[in-house]
Design a protein around this ligand. Sequence first.
Ligand SMILES: Nc1nc2c(ncn2[C@@H]2O[C@H](COP(=O)(O)OP(=O)(O)OP(=O)(O)O)[C@@H](O)[C@H]2O)c(=O)[nH]1
Ligand SMILES: [Mg+2]
Length: 237
Amino acid sequence: MRKIEVVQNILGANESIAVQNKQILDESGVFALNIMSSPGAGKTSLILQTIAGLKDRLRIGVIEGDVASTLDAEKVKNEAVAVVLITTRNMPESCSLTASMIATALKKLPLADMDLLLIENVGNLICPSEFVLGEHRRVVISSLPEGDDKPIKYPMIFADADAVVINKIDFLPYVEFDIAAFQEHVEGLNPRVKFFEVSCKTGAGMENWCAWVQKEVEASAYKSASLNISLGGRGIR
Ligand SMILES: Nc1nc2c(ncn2[C@@H]2O[C@H](COP(=O)(O)OP(=O)(O)OP(=O)(O)O)[C@@H](O)[C@H]2O)c(=O)[nH]1
Ligand SMILES: [Mg+2]
């Protein structure tokens, strides 16, 4: 009984901070994507491609979540408006970013000079699904070399995603990955999800992906402006 209470408290506290994060983002007119995947599926690569595709139209900041290194933050730092690195190794939750980590990072970002915040979560298909951060959309990347069974083995993260990016499609001739079966499994968990097939190496599919991101940012800015007039802001997802 007691153990369950503690877990609920942790997740409950996380959710309240996520609500505050979202309010801060909405008030600043910044749209946030929480990008999640297993290690190596292509989170940093997708962030770099997204910045390359949209930096003429959107001011993009990045939060890099990593267990230990500065490697990804180094790759992104010259491309984004600003980058904040969160290393989780010594944090109570090391396998995922949490809303309180994001709250700290938001204080360090120039939100007034940003339209879009890309959050690279810690590489993991389990913990990040449990912690809302205050993001507007949740994105899961699955890459071909991982195999097409991930939605069956790790359903929670797919059930909650707004978009699933199938990355490394340049591997299609070399690995067995049934894209139709993969999509069917994800749709069984989450019928409203959007799919994108991309290669962060060749750039294939990036136009579609960037067009979706831009459309979501613009729709949110419009919604935010009208809601601020009529309701005074939005709730958590
Ligand atoms: N062939 C191919 N390689 C890719 C593609 N996307 C990423 N990679 C490579 O895959 C490796 C991992 O990519 P990252 O973007 O670092 O992956 P990540 O999800 O950020 O990894 P972690 O931060 O360690 O969890 C790198 O060597 C990339 O160059 C792709 O579309 N095709
Ligand atoms: Mg990375």
